[in-house]
Design a binder for this molecule. Structure first.
Ligand SMILES: [Ca+2]
Ligand SMILES: [Ca+2]
Ligand SMILES: [Zn+2]
Length: 337
C-alpha cells in the first residue's frame, strides 16, 4: 500500500498544482482517467434458445484532466475482420498533443462502423457458490463516446457532449462524461447457463491491457456482489463498487503489544477460511481463535483474536491489509505505537 500512497500523494500534488496556478504550467500533460461505475440494471433472463443470461448495464467515465481521444491510424493489412491501428491523443497544456499507440479498431460490418478493441472486460466470479465457475463476458469491442454527464463540475468538463457519434476517425470521452452501455445491448450479458446458484462478484475492468495512458491506473476495476438464484432472481448485496468480499473489521486498530477481539464482516465466508494480515511492515498482527459466527446468504461474520506482538518500534507502514480466504480488504487495520 505504501507505493500507492506515494503515488496518490504525487498525483494530489500535481492536481493541486494544476488547480492553484493561474493556469496549469505549459507543457503539463492532461491525461484522461477512466473509472468504471459498478454494473447496474442487472437481471437474470432466459433467451429463446434456452440460454440463461445475466444482463447488465455498464458506464465508464473520465475523471481526468483531459479527454480520452482515440484517432484512427493506418489500416492493418491482411486482418480479418478489418482492423486499423488506434492512437490516443494526449493533450498537453499550451503545447501540441502527443500521440500514443493504443491498440486497434475493428470494423463491424453489421454496424457499419468501427469499434475500439480491448476497452473493457466483464467477469462473474463465484464468492460462495458451491459448484459454480467463473464466467467471462464476450464483448471486447466498443464504440467509445459521450453518452452521460457524470460530473459536470470537473475543470474542463464540457456542458454538452463532444464525442457524439461512433466516429470512424475520432472517438472519445470528455472530462466529466461517461460512456454507458444499456443492459439491452448486444454483448451486455454473461452466460450463466448451467452455472450454480450462489453469491458471485460481477467485475468490470476498463483498459485491461493497459493500452490507454491515464493519470491513475489503479481505479479501473469495480464490482457488485450478487446473490443469483435461477431461473430469474438477482439480489444486489453490495453495490459500493468494492471488489473485496471482506467489507469491514471492528475494531480496526490496536496498539503494539495489545490483544483485541475483532468482528470481521463480509460475504461468502466459510468454515476453515484462513484470516491474516499482509502488506504492512513493523509488528504484524497475529490472528487466532477464528470462529465463523454467522454464515448466511447475505452478510457473514467472523470473530477472532488479534494480537500485535510487543516490539520496541513500530513500522514505517503500520496499516495492514486483511485477508480472508482469497479476498483482501486493503488498509483495513492500523497498528498504533
Ligand atoms: Ca483509471
Ligand atoms: Ca490505462
Ligand atoms: Zn457498433
Amino acid at each position: 500500500m505504501k507505493a500507492s500512497w506515494m503515488r496518490d500523494a504525487a498525483l494530489a500534488a500535481a492536481a493541486a498544482c494544476l488547480a492553484s496556478g493561474a493556469l496549469a504550467q505549459t507543457g503539463v500533460t492532461m491525461p484522461p482517467n477512466l473509472i468504471p461505475l459498478p454494473a447496474s440494471n442487472i437481471s437474470l433472463v432466459t433467451d429463446g434458445a434456452g440460454q440463461t443470461l445475466l444482463r447488465l448495464a455498464t458506464t465508464g467515465w473520465n475523471a481526468g484532466t483531459g479527454p480520452l481521444e482515440l484517432v484512427a491510424g493506418e489500416v492493418v493489412t491482411g486482418s480479418d475482420p478489418p482492423k486499423q491501428k488506434v492512437y490516443q491523443r494526449v493533450y498537453v497544456n499550451g503545447g501540441a498533443p502527443v500521440l500514443s499507440y493504443a491498440g486497434s479498431f475493428t470494423y463491424h460490418a453489421g454496424h457499419n462502423h468501427i469499434h475500439f478493441d480491448d476497452y473493457a472486460t466483464y467477469s462473474l466470479q463465484p464468492v460462495n457458490a458451491p459448484g459454480g465457475s467463473e464466467r467471462l463476458g464476450t464483448k471486447t469491442t466498443f464504440c467509445v463516446m459521450d453518452t452521460t454527464k457524470i460530473n459536470g463540475s470537473l475543470p474542463g468538463a464540457p456542458s454538452s457532449a463532444v464525442y457524439t457519434t461512433c466516429g470512424n476517425q475520432i472517438q472519445g470521452i470528455s472530462v466529466g462524461w461517461g460512456d454507458t452501455y444499456g443492459a439491452h445491448l448486444a454483448g451486455q450479458e454473461i452466460d450463466f447457463t448451467d452455472n450454480a446458484d450462489g453469491v458471485y462478484r460481477l467485475r468490470i475492468e476498463l483498459d485491461p491491457k493497459k493500452l490507454i495512458v491515464e493519470s491513475n491506473e489503479n481505479d479501473n476495476v469495480s464490482c457488485v456482489l450478487l446473490n443469483i438464484r435461477k431461473p430469474s432472481s438477482v439480489t444486489v448485496l453490495d453495490a459500493s463498487g468494492s471488489c473485496s468480499a471482506v467489507t469491514s473489521i471492528s475494531p480496526n486498530a490496536a496498539r503494539i503489544g495489545q490483544t483485541v477481539q475483532v468482528t470481521i464482516s463480509g460475504y461468502g465466508f466459510a468454515q476453515g477460511m484462513a484470516v491474516s494480515f499482509e502488506g504492512g511492515n513493523g509488528p504484524r498482527p497475529e490472528v487466532s481463535n477464528v470462529v465463523l459466527a454467522s454464515d448466511s446468504d447475505t452478510v457473514d461474520l467472523i470473530t477472532a483474536t488479534v494480537t500485535v506482538p510487543a516490539k520496541r518500534k513500530g513500522g514505517r507502514d503500520p496499516v495492514w491489509n486483511l485477508r480472508v480466504g482469497t479476498s483482501v480488504l486493503p488498509d483495513a487495520f492500523t497498528v498504533q505505537p
